[in-house]
Each structure stands twice: as C-alpha cells, then as structure tokens.
Design a protein around this ligand. Sequence first.
Ligand code: NAD
Ligand code: MG
Length: 417
Amino acid sequence: MQSVAVLGATGSIGTSALDVVARHPGRLRASVLAAGRNVDALLDLCRTHRPDHAAIADPESYAALRDGLAAAGLRTQAHAGMDAITDLAAGDACQTVVAAIVGAAGLDSTLAAARAGKRLLLANKESLVLAGELLMAAARDGGACIVPIDSEHNAIFQCLSGRDDQPSAVGKRPGSGMTSHSAVERRDTETGHQDVRRIVLTASGGPFRGRNRAQLAGVTPAQAIAHPKWSMGPKISVDSATLMNKGLEVIEAHHLFGLPGARIDVLVHPQSLVHSLVEFIDGSTLAQLGLPDMRTALAVGFGWPRRIESGVAGLDLLAHGRLDFEPPDTDAFPCLRLAYAALAAGGTAPATLNAANEVAVSSFLQGRIGFLSIPALVEQTLAALPAAPAASLDALRDADARARAHATQLSSRITAT
Ligand code: NAD
Ligand code: MG
C-alpha cells in the first residue's frame, strides 16, 4: 500500500489526485491531507478519505479543524501551520507526496519531500522556478523520484522513458517501488540527452488566444479564469491567459530535463490533446496525447512504471477531427518572452519573475490592476532588481521577498492612479 500526502488537497490538482487515489483502495491510501485556509472543505475530504493527519496552513484555523474532526468521530490528527505541513511531507506518515500547493508557498514542503526521498508528484511548478537547482539537487541527494505532474512535463517524462541512458536501479528506495531514474537523473551533462534535439511544450493559448494588446486592455478576472480547455485554480488560470504559465513551464522543463532554453520551444495547440513533444537527433518526434484531464498525469505519477486506471476516457481522434498548431504571440503576451529572458539571466532572475508575477496576478484577481499591468509589473520588477547569483536558499528567499515588495509598491501606485 502506498501512503499518500496530498498537499493542496482542496484545490483543483488535489481533488483530481484524491479521485485517482479513491479508485485504487488496494494500492493507494490518502494518509495526509493539507490545505491553506478552507477548513470546511478539508473536513469534507477527511470524512471521505479518513487520513491519519490533516493540516491547515492558517494557524488560526487549528481549533476549527480539531473540533470538526472530533465532531465527525474521526481519529485524524489535526495540525496547523506551514511547518507542520513541511514536517508531515518529510515524515513517516507518507511515502508519496503530491505537491499541489499553489505558488512559492509550496517550496518548503516540496523541498522537504525531495530531501526525504519521497516519490514526489510535482505539480507546484513555482518551487522549480524559484529554486530549481536546489530542488533537483535535494531530490538527487535524498534519492527522491520526481514525476512531473504538469501535463506537458508529464508528457515529456513519458516520451523520455525506457531509453538506454536511463540509469538502472539508481537510488532505488525501499518501499517506493520505483527507481529514481526519473527526470532527476537524466541530466544533459550527466547521462546524456545528447540524442534529444529539442523539446516542444504545447500551450492552449488560453482564453484570449488571437487577441492583440488593445483587445486585452479591458479583460476582466472572470474572463481570464474561464479557461477553454482545462479546469484549474484561479492563479494558474490567469497565468495561462497571460502565457506566463508557459514561461514558468519553460523554466520548469529546463530544471527537470537539463536542457537550455534554446532547446525548449513553445507551440500553441488550441485543442490541448497533444500534451508535448520530444524531437530526437534522428528526426523522430515522440508526443503524448490524451484528453485534457490531470488525472492521467497523476495516475502516471502514482503508478509509474506501471500504468493504472485514472478514470479518464481514451482519445477518439475521429471525434476531435483536427490538431492545429501556431506560434505564440509574444507581442500580445510578453510574459513568455520575459520568462525566457529570466532563464537566460539565471541566478535570482527566475525567483524575481515568479514573485512579481504572483503579486501581479493576485492584484489583478482582486480587481486592483488591469490585465496588461501583469507583464508590465513583472518587467519593471525584473529591470529594477537585476539578477544576482543564487547560491543559497536564503539568497533566493531574499530575492523573492524583495521582488514581492517591489511589485506590491508598483501595484499600489497603479491602483492609486
Ligand atoms: P488551486 O488554487 O485550485 O489549489 C491550491 C491549493 O493550495 C488549495 O488546496 C489551497 O488550500 C492550497 N494552498 C494555498 N495556499 C497555501 C498555503 N500557504 N499553504 C498550504 N496550502 C495552500 O490550484 P491548482 O490549480 O490545484 O494548482 C496547484 C499547483 O499545481 C500550482 O502550482 C499550479 O501551477 C500547478 N498545476 C495545476 C494544474 C491544474 O490543472 N490545476 C496543472 C498543472 C500544474
Ligand atoms: Mg501545464
């Protein structure tokens, strides 16, 4: 039995993960559930999944969680605070961690799970953008298996599996049922990706595909989070609308697969059926296709190297009829360009990009700034805080904090005018 911690259990990815877990009562068990501040939703999940531990990040919600668990007659232990979530991710209560907290708030628990050698189903892309080198090193040192859950990276993970350069039984962990062969080991410089010419991340283009800058000026948060193909949390939905999501994913792919930005391309594919592609030096291109439903990627994560049921139907290409591709429009959606530039600048630049974006998206969702101010805020923050070496976690946290402060100031100025 694989014991699973779902961090961000009440969110979109968390809910999909628990749906897959519930399909495999003999194989998977939700032993830890953690969420941000929605105690009622967490209690509902506890009644269904009966975990050993439930944790809420908001310390003031501890009593409500504890009393709610007791009232439901559950033996689930209540915890509160980010440190408690981090400890649970690293501790004996779970073998597998689904890292599905949104934003940089997920960094500590993701790092802890990596250091502790868990099977890490990594949805929290911001932790890779913020501290990719440190996170990958922690996973290598700890012997953790990272299975990327972002659909594009999960697709590439699948396309790259079963190759000759895949180290056998490296870092096999007792109980994990899996070698740490994953993306973690397959670094360009170490085991070769010399046979990979490039990877191509597909992007749906979001709800505003085809619009120019002038047509984007007045769009509302409600329009921005109405994604045409994927049902996701509000932050990543806005990121998809600005194309920052794809920019974060370029940086994520760089860390996971060890390729430079110049060998990571982006193609807009509105049907969202081809989840990404790998082009090899012999002219072959492998792609992974499927319906846009995150349960497929999560089932890959739980089951790998086996395939397990996810609840997702197969793909009927005749019913869909066509697959279209077009280049991304970085004039209308400059966030993608900014992310490539931050990756090239290196050091603290990706952390700055990510933090400024989190502030900008939050301000936009609160109706305080317009849609076009999101890239503007990110660009101005990157210009004001040039990249510095990112030798330590402290340096990255400092860059994150300074970018948040700067972007918040810029946002207040816009709101005041
Ligand atoms: P969401 O907003 O639906 O859920 C976020 C979850 O994180 C909630 O359970 C919330 O309670 C929890 N949370 C928020 N702040 C927290 C904090 N400070 N401490 C602890 N928990 C906290 O978001 P989502 O769409 O599920 O996305 C989660 C992550 O997965 C993001 O990093 C996103 O980029 C990534 N991702 C999501 C999808 C998708 O289809 N939704 C696809 C790819 C990657
Ligand atoms: Mg994605």
